[in-house]
Ligand binder design. Structure first.
Ligand code: U2F
Length: 515
């Protein structure tokens, strides 16, 4: 698998190349190599004369470190989470294609890559790696922290990020309180706009393969690599099995009886390319409610499946759900995969109450009466990912002491929210996106005037909901700590001032003309 140079983008000491995790990433990079190369060519044409200088980039996946890393490596072949590995592989490929100088290291192997003055312009790591590196760097961490980028699948909202504020207001969690710029956290999906959306690539149907992929069989593939994810879902699956043959890819020990209902054909955990072959034949990909927000539904939709998933009522969040408990976000997850519901939707994505037999049955029948072509949002193609990585490298500078200048002020669409609403929701109502890098333009008394508000008093305070207006007493509140500018968060006493912007079709991270 090392035949092309890109495959070597995950080679290199001191990562353990024989580990199943590294093998997974390398085979993914190799499989996508020709797509990356074509996308790289298109990118070069788009940004012809604006090639940024070659950067030295350290990739430091803490997820592979220590006992946790060994556990993950063991689980790679037994149905454990692979989403993070997908993302690390794709980031590695993106930097390679954009011509940067990559250095990979895994914590706990060989000597620490950070000693003395650090020789890297950028350091990509995750929360585990961040803790390792801070330990190794001691006091110099503060000086270099602006060069860090943290892969943080589910995101970190500003209220959880500022240690003292989090302690005072009850937002302390085991992950937050690092005090980095919120945009230094990079998420798997465009969750809170307070963080940068890094994403990954969804494998698409290649040229000439489209017609083959349309020869669909009456098959549903169930999303869930481990048997526990299927528990209590028998009725839901049985209803679907009346219309379609049900297939699973659940890890199963040799010689053990299948833990799945008798009507299921289980293939065992499949290699990614084999899973894709199965999805190509299938009409439906069935969500069971867990795992949350992973890559697989996008892959299924890209291979011509419809994704059927459960709605959560009430929504799952850190308040009521063990998986989200302790994650530094208040986000409410209203279905298994909100991105697919909100950004893709019907006919590709159907969200149902899985306990409502009639609703499930009607949805499956309606889906079977449709002809649905493979679909992939631009932001999840190689080219879409390269655009984002390029734009972040070219424009995001967290080491500068001046206010952010990207996106430029021309992109600002100022909005006054109704009581109780977050800026995420306020901007979404007019098909815009909250842009935290524009907050500083409206953290000023004139912003209230422009919105037609008269202030009886104006104060600067430390509160992640500010700038905001309170009709009771006509109080105008400005933000005192720029780290607390937050698109997330709402309160019944406040009307928030929101910095919205437009975005490119299929690329929510970038405003029009912002590459
Ligand atoms: C998510 O992690 P998961 O690994 O559970 O995410 P999935 O969407 O299931 O799939 C990850 C990859 O696993 C591949 C599939 C995906 O690219 O092609 N795969 C496979 O190779 N063989 C199989 O038989 C089945 C799938 C998420 F990404 C993490 O951030 C979360 O921690 C986790 C829990 O919510 O969910």
């Amino acid at each position: 698998p090392d035949s092309s140079p890109i495959a070597r983008s995950w080679n290199g000491r001191p990562t353990d190349d024989s580990s199943p995790a590294v093998q997974f990433m390398k085979s993914r990079i190799e499989r996508l190599a020709s797509r990356w190369t074509i996308a790289g060519e298109r990118m070069r044409q788009k940004v012809a004369l604006r090639t940024p200088s070659q950067l030295r980039v350290l990739l430091y996946p803490g997820v592979l470190a220590g006992a946790g890393g060994q556990r993950l490596a063991r689980m790679v072949e037994k149905g454990g989470p692979l989403g993070e590995l997908v993302q690390w592989a794709d980031i590695s490929a993106s930097f390679f294609i954009l011509g940067h100088n990559l250095i990979r290291a895994a914590p706990g192997r060989g000597s620490c890559p950070i000693q003395g003055p650090i020789p890297f312009d950028l350091i990509y790591t995750d929360y585990h790696g961040l803790a390792h590196l801070r330990g190794a760097m001691g006091l110099s961490f503060q000086h270099y922290q602006c060069r860090f980028r943290i892969l943080d699948s589910f995101g970190t909202e500003p209220a959880f990020n500022v240690g003292e504020y989090a302690r005072k207001r009850g937002y302390t969690t085991m992950w937050g309180s690092w005090g980095l710029q919120p945009l230094q956290y990079m998420t798997m999906f465009p969750h809170t706009p307070d963080n940068s959306f890094m994403g990954f690539v969804s494998e698409e149907v290649g040229d000439g393969e489209a017609s083959r992929s349309q020869r669909k069989e009456n098959i549903a593939v169930v999303y869930g690599k481990q048997a526990y994810m299927w528990q209590g879902k028998e009725r839901y699956l049985e209803i679907i099995s009346r219309e379609l043959e049900i297939h699973g890819t659940v890890y199963q020990r040799d010689g053990q009886p299948s833990p799945l209902p008798s009507f299921v054909t289980n293939h065992g955990l499949l290699a990614q390319d084999q899973l894709q072959r199965l999805l190509r034949r299938a009409k439906l990909f069935v969500g069971l409610g867990f795992p949350y927000e992973g890559p697989a539904p996008l892959e299924a939709i890209a291979l011509g499946c419809v994704f059927l998933q459960p709605r959560f009522h009430p929504p799952h969040s850190s308040v009521n759900n063990d998986f989200y408990k302790g994650k530094p976000t208040m986000r409410e997850v209203h279905s298994q995969h909100p991105y697919t519901e909100d950004f893709i939707g019907k006919p590709y994505v159907w969200t149902v109450d899985m306990d409502n037999t009639t609703e499930v049955q009607e949805a499956v029948r309606a889906i079977l009466s449709l002809k649905v072509d493979p679909f992939i949002p631009h932001e999840f193609t190689c080219e879409g990912m390269l655009e984002r990585v390029y734009a972040y490298i070219a424009h995001q500078d967290f080491c500068s002491l001046s206010v952010p200048s990207w996106p430029s002020e021309d992109n600002l669409a100022m909005r006054l929210g109704p009581l109780g609403q977050s800026c995420v929701a306020v901007c979404r109502h007019t098909a815009l996106r909250c842009e935290p890098a524009l907050f500083h333009h409206l953290n000023h008394p004139t912003a209230f005037q422009k919105l037609g508000l008269t202030c009886a008093s104006t104060e600067q305070e430390v509160d992640h909901l500010f700038p905001a207006y309170s009709p009771w007493g006509r109080r105008c509140s400005l933000q005192q700590d720029s780290l607390l500018y937050s698109c997330a968060g709402g309160h019944p006493s406040y009307r928030r001032l929101c910095p919205c912007r437009a975005f490119q079709p299929g690329q929510v991270a970038l405003c029009p003309g912002c590459l």
